[in-house]
Write a protein that binds this ligand. Structure first.
Ligand code: ATP
Length: 237
Protein backbone atom coordinates (compact mmCIF):
# COMPACT_ATOMS: atom_id res chain seq x y z
CA UNK A 1 0.00 0.00 0.00
CA UNK A 2 1.44 3.49 0.47
CA UNK A 3 2.14 3.20 -3.30
CA UNK A 4 1.30 5.70 -6.00
CA UNK A 5 -2.28 6.39 -7.01
CA UNK A 6 -3.42 4.01 -9.75
CA UNK A 7 -7.06 5.03 -9.99
CA UNK A 8 -8.61 8.35 -9.11
CA UNK A 9 -12.35 8.82 -9.52
CA UNK A 10 -13.80 12.30 -9.09
CA UNK A 11 -17.48 13.18 -8.94
CA UNK A 12 -18.68 10.15 -10.82
CA UNK A 13 -22.38 10.21 -11.64
CA UNK A 14 -24.54 7.70 -13.43
CA UNK A 15 -28.27 7.48 -14.07
CA UNK A 16 -30.92 5.07 -15.29
CA UNK A 17 -33.24 7.42 -17.15
CA UNK A 18 -34.27 9.99 -14.57
CA UNK A 19 -33.06 7.92 -11.64
CA UNK A 20 -29.65 9.04 -10.46
CA UNK A 21 -27.98 5.87 -9.20
CA UNK A 22 -24.58 7.47 -8.45
CA UNK A 23 -24.52 11.02 -7.09
CA UNK A 24 -20.90 12.07 -7.30
CA UNK A 25 -18.59 9.30 -6.15
CA UNK A 26 -14.93 10.10 -5.46
CA UNK A 27 -12.50 7.34 -4.57
CA UNK A 28 -8.87 6.37 -4.99
CA UNK A 29 -7.01 3.10 -5.37
CA UNK A 30 -3.26 2.93 -4.88
CA UNK A 31 -1.10 0.38 -6.64
CA UNK A 32 -1.31 -2.97 -4.90
CA UNK A 33 -4.25 -1.98 -2.73
CA UNK A 34 -7.37 -4.00 -2.15
CA UNK A 35 -10.27 -1.60 -1.73
CA UNK A 36 -13.65 -2.86 -0.52
CA UNK A 37 -16.89 -1.29 -1.65
CA UNK A 38 -19.63 -2.19 0.77
CA UNK A 39 -23.25 -1.22 1.10
CA UNK A 40 -26.75 -2.59 0.98
CA UNK A 41 -28.47 -4.08 -2.01
CA UNK A 42 -29.17 -1.20 -4.42
CA UNK A 43 -26.59 1.19 -2.95
CA UNK A 44 -24.90 1.46 -6.34
CA UNK A 45 -21.91 -0.90 -6.15
CA UNK A 46 -22.63 -2.65 -9.44
CA UNK A 47 -23.42 0.61 -11.22
CA UNK A 48 -20.12 2.03 -9.97
CA UNK A 49 -18.02 -0.92 -11.18
CA UNK A 50 -19.80 -0.90 -14.54
CA UNK A 51 -19.16 2.84 -14.83
CA UNK A 52 -15.46 2.19 -14.21
CA UNK A 53 -15.21 -0.59 -16.80
CA UNK A 54 -17.11 1.57 -19.28
CA UNK A 55 -20.18 -0.57 -19.91
CA UNK A 56 -22.41 1.92 -18.10
CA UNK A 57 -22.80 5.57 -19.21
CA UNK A 58 -21.28 7.96 -16.66
CA UNK A 59 -20.05 11.49 -16.12
CA UNK A 60 -17.25 12.73 -13.91
CA UNK A 61 -13.55 12.11 -14.14
CA UNK A 62 -11.64 8.85 -14.05
CA UNK A 63 -7.85 9.02 -14.08
CA UNK A 64 -6.19 5.63 -14.48
CA UNK A 65 -2.46 5.01 -14.55
CA UNK A 66 -1.89 8.73 -15.18
CA UNK A 67 -4.36 9.03 -18.06
CA UNK A 68 -7.85 10.55 -18.22
CA UNK A 69 -9.96 7.62 -19.42
CA UNK A 70 -13.38 9.19 -18.71
CA UNK A 71 -14.31 9.29 -22.38
CA UNK A 72 -12.88 5.91 -23.39
CA UNK A 73 -15.06 3.00 -24.46
CA UNK A 74 -15.13 -0.24 -22.48
CA UNK A 75 -12.74 -2.14 -24.77
CA UNK A 76 -10.18 0.67 -24.60
CA UNK A 77 -10.39 0.72 -20.81
CA UNK A 78 -9.90 -3.04 -20.81
CA UNK A 79 -6.82 -2.66 -23.01
CA UNK A 80 -5.42 -0.27 -20.42
CA UNK A 81 -5.90 -2.88 -17.74
CA UNK A 82 -9.32 -2.47 -16.13
CA UNK A 83 -10.82 -5.95 -16.12
CA UNK A 84 -14.06 -6.94 -14.46
CA UNK A 85 -15.53 -10.11 -13.04
CA UNK A 86 -19.22 -9.19 -13.29
CA UNK A 87 -22.04 -9.69 -10.83
CA UNK A 88 -23.69 -13.06 -11.40
CA UNK A 89 -20.46 -14.36 -13.09
CA UNK A 90 -22.02 -14.22 -16.60
CA UNK A 91 -20.03 -17.11 -17.98
CA UNK A 92 -21.15 -18.37 -21.39
CA UNK A 93 -22.80 -21.65 -20.48
CA UNK A 94 -22.69 -23.46 -23.83
CA UNK A 95 -19.04 -22.52 -24.49
CA UNK A 96 -16.23 -24.60 -23.06
CA UNK A 97 -14.42 -23.40 -19.98
CA UNK A 98 -11.30 -22.83 -22.03
CA UNK A 99 -13.17 -20.76 -24.62
CA UNK A 100 -14.65 -18.66 -21.82
CA UNK A 101 -11.10 -17.99 -20.61
CA UNK A 102 -9.95 -17.14 -24.14
CA UNK A 103 -12.76 -14.57 -24.40
CA UNK A 104 -11.18 -12.72 -21.50
CA UNK A 105 -8.04 -12.30 -23.61
CA UNK A 106 -9.66 -10.91 -26.75
CA UNK A 107 -7.87 -7.56 -26.34
CA UNK A 108 -4.51 -9.28 -25.79
CA UNK A 109 -1.75 -10.31 -28.21
CA UNK A 110 -2.31 -13.92 -29.37
CA UNK A 111 1.25 -14.92 -28.52
CA UNK A 112 0.72 -14.68 -24.76
CA UNK A 113 -2.65 -16.44 -24.51
CA UNK A 114 -1.45 -20.05 -24.17
CA UNK A 115 1.01 -19.14 -21.44
CA UNK A 116 -1.61 -17.12 -19.59
CA UNK A 117 -4.06 -20.02 -19.79
CA UNK A 118 -1.50 -22.23 -18.08
CA UNK A 119 -1.12 -19.66 -15.29
CA UNK A 120 -4.88 -19.61 -14.74
CA UNK A 121 -4.96 -23.43 -14.76
CA UNK A 122 -2.16 -23.51 -12.19
CA UNK A 123 -4.23 -21.23 -9.97
CA UNK A 124 -7.50 -23.13 -10.56
CA UNK A 125 -6.68 -26.82 -11.27
CA UNK A 126 -10.39 -27.70 -11.46
CA UNK A 127 -10.74 -25.44 -14.52
CA UNK A 128 -7.92 -27.31 -16.23
CA UNK A 129 -9.48 -30.65 -15.43
CA UNK A 130 -12.78 -29.56 -16.94
CA UNK A 131 -11.47 -27.24 -19.65
CA UNK A 132 -13.25 -28.98 -22.56
CA UNK A 133 -16.65 -29.05 -20.83
CA UNK A 134 -19.39 -26.46 -21.26
CA UNK A 135 -19.06 -23.77 -18.59
CA UNK A 136 -22.71 -24.33 -17.71
CA UNK A 137 -21.77 -27.68 -16.17
CA UNK A 138 -19.68 -26.02 -13.43
CA UNK A 139 -20.98 -25.44 -9.92
CA UNK A 140 -21.60 -21.88 -8.72
CA UNK A 141 -18.25 -21.69 -6.96
CA UNK A 142 -16.40 -23.05 -9.98
CA UNK A 143 -18.19 -20.57 -12.24
CA UNK A 144 -16.98 -17.81 -9.94
CA UNK A 145 -13.39 -19.04 -10.32
CA UNK A 146 -13.95 -19.05 -14.09
CA UNK A 147 -15.27 -15.48 -14.02
CA UNK A 148 -12.20 -14.37 -12.07
CA UNK A 149 -9.91 -16.38 -14.35
CA UNK A 150 -11.50 -14.81 -17.41
CA UNK A 151 -10.88 -11.33 -15.98
CA UNK A 152 -7.26 -12.27 -15.24
CA UNK A 153 -6.79 -13.32 -18.89
CA UNK A 154 -7.09 -9.60 -19.72
CA UNK A 155 -3.89 -8.99 -17.69
CA UNK A 156 -5.52 -6.49 -15.32
CA UNK A 157 -3.67 -3.66 -13.65
CA UNK A 158 -6.89 -3.19 -11.72
CA UNK A 159 -9.23 -6.08 -11.09
CA UNK A 160 -12.90 -5.31 -10.44
CA UNK A 161 -14.73 -8.03 -8.53
CA UNK A 162 -18.49 -7.63 -8.27
CA UNK A 163 -20.03 -9.72 -5.49
CA UNK A 164 -17.81 -12.77 -5.99
CA UNK A 165 -19.31 -14.50 -2.94
CA UNK A 166 -22.92 -14.04 -4.03
CA UNK A 167 -25.08 -17.13 -3.81
CA UNK A 168 -22.28 -19.42 -2.62
CA UNK A 169 -22.29 -21.81 0.34
CA UNK A 170 -20.10 -20.68 3.29
CA UNK A 171 -17.22 -23.02 2.46
CA UNK A 172 -17.09 -21.73 -1.11
CA UNK A 173 -17.36 -18.14 0.08
CA UNK A 174 -14.20 -18.76 2.07
CA UNK A 175 -12.53 -20.25 -0.99
CA UNK A 176 -13.38 -17.18 -3.07
CA UNK A 177 -11.98 -14.83 -0.42
CA UNK A 178 -8.83 -16.97 -0.30
CA UNK A 179 -8.44 -16.41 -4.03
CA UNK A 180 -8.77 -12.66 -3.52
CA UNK A 181 -6.15 -12.84 -0.74
CA UNK A 182 -3.79 -14.75 -3.02
CA UNK A 183 -4.17 -12.18 -5.80
CA UNK A 184 -3.57 -9.40 -3.30
CA UNK A 185 -0.44 -11.17 -2.08
CA UNK A 186 0.79 -11.23 -5.69
CA UNK A 187 0.47 -7.44 -5.74
CA UNK A 188 -2.73 -7.12 -7.73
CA UNK A 189 -4.76 -3.92 -7.31
CA UNK A 190 -8.37 -4.82 -6.59
CA UNK A 191 -11.77 -3.25 -6.04
CA UNK A 192 -13.99 -5.72 -4.25
CA UNK A 193 -17.72 -4.92 -4.17
CA UNK A 194 -19.45 -7.08 -1.59
CA UNK A 195 -22.61 -7.33 0.44
CA UNK A 196 -20.59 -9.70 2.62
CA UNK A 197 -19.12 -6.61 4.28
CA UNK A 198 -17.22 -8.31 7.08
CA UNK A 199 -15.21 -10.66 4.90
CA UNK A 200 -14.50 -7.93 2.36
CA UNK A 201 -13.34 -5.40 4.96
CA UNK A 202 -11.29 -8.05 6.74
CA UNK A 203 -9.02 -8.50 3.71
CA UNK A 204 -9.19 -4.93 2.36
CA UNK A 205 -6.56 -2.29 2.97
CA UNK A 206 -9.26 0.36 2.78
CA UNK A 207 -12.97 0.53 2.19
CA UNK A 208 -15.78 2.83 1.14
CA UNK A 209 -19.35 2.57 2.38
CA UNK A 210 -21.91 3.36 -0.29
CA UNK A 211 -25.47 4.43 0.53
CA UNK A 212 -28.02 5.33 -2.13
CA UNK A 213 -25.38 6.42 -4.62
CA UNK A 214 -23.05 8.34 -2.30
CA UNK A 215 -19.95 7.50 -0.27
CA UNK A 216 -20.94 7.97 3.38
CA UNK A 217 -17.84 6.63 5.11
CA UNK A 218 -14.28 5.65 4.32
CA UNK A 219 -11.35 4.29 6.28
CA UNK A 220 -9.02 1.35 6.59
CA UNK A 221 -10.67 -2.07 6.58
CA UNK A 222 -10.06 -2.32 10.29
CA UNK A 223 -11.46 1.15 11.06
CA UNK A 224 -14.65 0.32 9.19
CA UNK A 225 -15.06 -3.06 10.88
CA UNK A 226 -14.74 -1.30 14.23
CA UNK A 227 -17.08 1.58 13.30
CA UNK A 228 -20.33 1.55 15.30
CA UNK A 229 -22.50 2.59 12.35
CA UNK A 230 -20.96 0.01 10.05
CA UNK A 231 -21.33 -2.71 12.66
CA UNK A 232 -25.00 -1.88 13.18
CA UNK A 233 -25.89 -1.44 9.52
CA UNK A 234 -23.78 -4.02 7.69
CA UNK A 235 -22.22 -6.45 10.09
CA UNK A 236 -25.35 -7.37 12.02
CA UNK A 237 -23.74 -6.50 15.35
P1 ATP B 1 -26.69 -5.11 -5.93
O1 ATP B 1 -25.70 -5.69 -5.01
O2 ATP B 1 -28.07 -5.62 -5.76
O3 ATP B 1 -26.26 -5.10 -7.36
P2 ATP B 1 -25.79 -2.47 -5.88
O4 ATP B 1 -25.27 -1.80 -4.66
O5 ATP B 1 -24.80 -3.03 -6.82
O6 ATP B 1 -26.80 -3.59 -5.48
P3 ATP B 1 -26.94 -1.21 -8.15
O7 ATP B 1 -27.34 -2.49 -8.78
O8 ATP B 1 -25.82 -0.48 -8.72
O9 ATP B 1 -26.72 -1.41 -6.60
O10 ATP B 1 -28.22 -0.27 -8.14
C1 ATP B 1 -28.17 1.12 -7.78
C2 ATP B 1 -29.54 1.76 -8.02
O11 ATP B 1 -29.83 1.78 -9.42
C3 ATP B 1 -30.70 1.02 -7.37
O12 ATP B 1 -31.63 1.97 -6.90
C4 ATP B 1 -31.30 0.22 -8.50
O13 ATP B 1 -32.67 0.02 -8.30
C5 ATP B 1 -31.04 1.11 -9.70
N1 ATP B 1 -30.86 0.30 -10.92
C6 ATP B 1 -29.93 -0.65 -11.12
N2 ATP B 1 -30.01 -1.18 -12.35
C7 ATP B 1 -31.04 -0.53 -12.96
C8 ATP B 1 -31.63 -0.60 -14.26
N3 ATP B 1 -31.16 -1.44 -15.18
N4 ATP B 1 -32.67 0.22 -14.51
C9 ATP B 1 -33.12 1.08 -13.58
N5 ATP B 1 -32.61 1.22 -12.35
C10 ATP B 1 -31.59 0.43 -12.03
Amino acid sequence: TGGEVLLKVEGLESSYGRIKALKGISIEVRRGETVALVGANGAGKTTFLRSLSGVQPMSGRITFDGEDISKLRADMRMRRGICQSPEGRQVFGPLSIEDNLRLGAYTQPKAQVEGDLEKIYAMFPILKEKRKLPAGTLSGGQQQMLAIGRALMGRPKLLLLDEPSMGLAPLLVEEVFNVVKALKAQGMSIILAEQNAFSALAIADRGYVLETGSVTLTGTGRELIEDEQVRAAYLGM
